[in-house]
Write a protein that binds this ligand. Sequence first.
Ligand code: BDR
Ligand code: CA
Length: 308
Amino acid sequence: MPRATIIDCDPGTDDAIALLLAMGSPEIDLRLVTAVGGNVGLGITLANARALVALGGSAVPVVGGADRALMRPYQEAAYVHGENGLGGVVLPPGPPAAPGLAVDAMRALLRQAAPDSVTLVGIGPATNLGLVLAAEPELAGRVAEIVLMTGAWAEGNVTPAAEFNAWNDPEALQIVLSCGRPITLATLELTAQAVCTPARIAALRGLGGGAALRAACAIEATVPPSKRLGIDGHPEHDACAVAWVVAPQLFTSRMVFAEVDCGNGPGRGQTLIDRWDRLKRTANVRLLETVDAEGFFQLLGQALTRLA
Ligand code: BDR
Ligand code: CA
């Protein structure tokens, strides 16, 4: 059975690949796409989400959400994703956004859903997801799983301590982490194993495919190589979260306790992930630890070639 899924995103070059992977995967029944600010401003992430949904040939509604975090404005990342969020690649515009706000659209969908039936994939700052769970906590019971690309168990990528999405809204992330539903985390350590290199882009291009595959490759080619990892390539952060929903057999994981630093010191946004159960706290998160990179890129290639 395909999994009923909502994707909350801030496209974003890697969000773009994640959305296309989801739309090209029969294992996912994409019900709603919501946009949040983050990599670039909400006006741009929303326009990109609309364009990507059209590119993927999907009629799924796209709804705009938060344009700032619960406590602060977002810190953007145009230096990675380009001023237009897609590395300067220009896509044909998508249909207009559906009316209303992400938090209301998600709540409406969840209210009509059966218990434990909807998968939430969060690949931007957690603001929209946190607002849903804070506004109507009982809707958590409709959620089967929340899969997040966020956090790191060691080093951050935006401060020494914090990963970008966690840094951009730690308070919202903490609401999500403590909601009591199954949560799966794709952290920086995991996504560092799914590296998109020039050779992998060439291999994807070689698959032929249509406009979606060509656009995905064009977007991938704009992403600067990761200085942090010292490699000629970049981590495919957000698509890892979607890949977990599509093909969990590609991953290994363990259950851990995790929380996020919401203080105002240098640790703000750091995810504290107790991989060795030192704190003896109840595990609240499935931590993805390894991914089969070859399998991941094969999955991505298959999904992209399914799209027009
Ligand atoms: C995360 O931050 C964003 O820049 C990416 O889209 C991804 O969601 C990686 O830290
Ligand atoms: Ca993202």
